[in-house]
Design a protein around this ligand. Structure first.
Ligand code: HEC
Ligand code: HEC
Length: 301
């Protein structure tokens, strides 16, 4: 009986620590922001549903800066020249409708700073009126592929600003596989690429006031809740930050998170598989220990 009481006390304090003290300490150290499900309630939906056929015509105004590869439209400039002109490379719009919220896109076209919650943007405001913007957003939705890869979602929404070293991703694309010259040990192709990345980073840092951090291990550094609330509204957690609200949809965000998790925490699937086995082992072991304990005391009582 006495043993059971001791066990009860231990279990009680463990649970209090787990559910009470730890979350409390956590909430004191980190500001808690409610997650709102990427609904963007502060932005208005257009009065009429967008017409993709009209949007297809109006998109002509956009391709002086943006490529749309899936429609055979190449970017008018390489990433480095574009960053010199606009501060950052305008993303290819093929996957915009697969990653971003449609209402957000419409609002962003009318006013990138208002939708993005930032003071300035390399994308000009007033490219269309509210209805014209809704048409373009509907068009971008209509050309979006049904299924895109996690990395493609990241590339579109975050890849122009953030590098991911562990995956050899740079802000201007994937680091090419190159080889050093056998005689001299010099890798000229790599040097050329590094120089371009460096130039891009300088332009980007000038545009944003600082270089955005590498996101290789961000899932472990920040955790799931912080990440989604931060992407949903960066201003809530870092007031005055130059990172824009990107306007991802729920599905778009899930893809992005999947990519970041795969890069930053590659052993998670394995851990999750092993977890139940370890638990089973402990249960089995506790049972054996209990049997042994009973057999030891049987004769003494
Ligand atoms: C003068 C060049 C320019 C023109 C014209 C332009 N954009 Fe952009 N656009 C940009 C730049 C630069 C960015 C990246 C801004 C940033 O990341 O701060 C951008 C970003 C975007 C994004 C990404 C938004 C996000 O939250 O990730 C979308 C979508 C977009 N533009 C759509 C359009 C559409 C649609 C048009 C035509 C109506 C258009 N753009 C016209 C330069 C331009
Ligand atoms: C237009 C450039 C731009 C884009 C696009 C962008 N970011 Fe950022 N991001 C920044 C900047 C700048 C910072 C540094 C913020 C600061 O310290 O004020 C940052 C910081 C961050 C941080 C660190 C926050 C912290 O508390 O340390 C995370 C996480 C992040 N971004 C995730 C993302 C994700 C995920 C995406 C895509 C959905 C994205 N960013 C898209 C510019 C960008």
């Amino acid at each position: 009986m006495k043993d059971l009481k001791i066990l009860g006390v231990v279990v009680f304090f463990t649970l209090v620590t787990y559910w009470g003290v730890e979350p409390y300490a956590h909430s004191v150290m980190h500001k808690h922001v409610e997650f709102e499900g990427f609904k963007y309630k502060d932005l208005k939906a257009p009065a009429k549903k967008g017409d993709p056929a009209k949007g297809k015509v109006a998109i002509a105004a956009c391709v002086s800066c943006h490529g749309i590869k899936s429609q055979g439209i190449k970017a008018p400039m390489d990433a480095v020249s574009a960053s010199a002109a606009y501060g950052v490379n305008p993303p290819d719009l093929s996957n915009a409708g697969a990653v971003l919220d449609e209402k957000f896109i419409a609002n962003f076209i009318v006013s990138p700073t208002h939708a993005g919650l930032v003071k300035k943007s390399g994308m000009p405001a007033g490219m269309a009126d509210a209805q014209g913007a809704a048409d373009i957003a509907a068009y971008l939705k209509s050309i979006a592929p049904k299924e895109i890869k996690p990395k493609e979602a990241f590339e579109f929404a975050c890849g122009r600003c953030h590098a991911v070293r562990y995956d050899k991703w740079t802000q201007i694309g994937q680091t090419p596989k190159t080889k050093a010259d056998i005689k001299t040990g010099v890798d000229l192709k790599k040097m050329e690429f590094d120089k371009k990345v460096g130039q891009y980073k300088l332009n980007l840092a000038k545009y944003l006031g600082k270089l955005p951090p590498d996101l290789s291990i961000i899932v472990r550094a920040r955790g799931e809740h912080y990440l989604k609330t931060f992407v949903e509204n960066p201003q809530n957690l870092l007031h005055g930050t130059a990172m824009p609200r990107v306007g991802v949809s729920n599905e778009g965000y899930e893809k992005i998170y999947k990519y970041l998790e795969k890069v930053g925490d590659p052993s998670k699937p394995k851990r999750e598989k092993v977890g139940p086995i370890v638990l089973l082992y402990f249960v089995g072991f506790a049972f054996l220990a209990y049997m042994w304990y009973k057999s030891q005391w049987k004769d003494l009582h």
